[in-house]
Design a protein around this ligand. Structure first.
Ligand code: ATP
Length: 279
């Protein structure tokens, strides 16, 4: 098994980051929207009829915990505000269709809430996949594991011949990393968050975060056991941490890779899963 090729994903994420700064206001017959309601971050991505990114926006928010919507009104307000801003930026009257995603295994518990938020914000919901399946819309992994380490949770999905055969989600993520840093450096949670996100601090904080990365690795190992996994692909904002891939590879014994910027893979994948028929 060679190194995973993230070229397609990396190019798409690069385009998204450019249009987040400067949207492309070209005419499109249809727009596909992806809404990622995360524990730490809410992201909306807009693709044109060729499924190229034309606009995008993100905001750190506290409306979801451990994959569950805890502030319904707040979540609706953020998604609606983002929708209006994107419509204005693109010079269009109305973004119609949107896809959303939920952490693996939470569909019976909370899939309805995520869908309701996106609908209440004014979209027609056309897809509701689990997050790793959405991420694979642009990763294109055939065999292996996708591990999405977000703000509140770590989602694991196992792929065989391009199909998801197992999913799991556990409540450990970037928020716990920030809590560890807040304790170690005697900073507030907010200060620790910002300190952690600065790549210049990554070399210094990696040894401090070792125990929590070990915990994530144990979670991964537990779920991939028995599946003959020979590669792990990391996505989610927490995997922006420089060197996390080497630590997870060492701890799990499985070759581990990540795209250039793992933060926007799932939101882009969600947008790619958007269709034009209501589900
Ligand atoms: P979840 O998937 O658990 O619901 P989410 O979708 O909000 O959460 P992401 O947007 O994938 O999660 O990631 C957010 C997390 O990534 C936060 O904990 C944030 O601190 C962390 N993060 C973002 N950028 C960086 C960075 N450069 N370095 C380290 N951590 C980062």
């Amino acid at each position: 098994m060679g190194k995973i090729d993230f070229l397609f994903c990396d190019e798409l994420v690069d385009k998204l980051k450019k249009v987040m700064k400067q949207p492309i206001c070209m005419q499109s017959s249809v727009y596909y929207v992806g809404v990622d309601l995360g524990t730490a971050c809410v992201v909306t991505v807009v693709l044109d009829d060729k499924r190229e990114p034309v606009a995008g926006i993100y905001e750190y928010a506290d409306v979801v915990r451990d994959g569950m919507v805890v502030d319904y009104i707040g979540a609706v307000e953020i998604v609606r505000r983002m929708k209006e801003k994107l419509e204005k930026e693109l010079g269009i009257e109305k973004l119609l269709y949107a896809a959303a995603a939920i952490p693996p295994g939470t569909d019976s518990l909370d899939g309805g809430a995520v869908r309701n938020v996106v609908e209440a914000a004014g979209y027609i919901v056309t897809s509701l996949e689990d997050e790793p399946t959405a991420a694979n819309e642009i990763l294109h992994i055939q065999n292996g594991a996708i591990v999405d380490i977000g703000g509140g949770t770590t989602g694991i999905s196992i792929l065989k011949d391009g199909k998801v055969v197992y999913v799991a989600d556990e409540p450990t993520g970037g928020t716990h990393f920030s809590l560890v840093l807040a304790g170690a450096y005697r900073k507030s949670f907010e200060e620790a968050e910002l300190f952690k996100r600065n790549p210049l601090n990554h070399k210094e904080i990696l040894p401090v975060l070792k125990p929590v990365i070990e915990k994530v690795s144990v979670i991964i190992s537990k779920h991939i056991e028995g599946y003959q996994i020979d590669n792990i692909s990391l996505v989610g904002g927490t995997c922006c941490l420089t060197g996390i891939e080497e630590m997870i590879e060492k701890n799990t014994g499985v070759p581990t890779y990540k795209p250039v910027d793992p933060m926007f893979v799932t939101p882009l994948g969600i947008a790619c899963s958007c269709r034009t028929e209501q589900i």
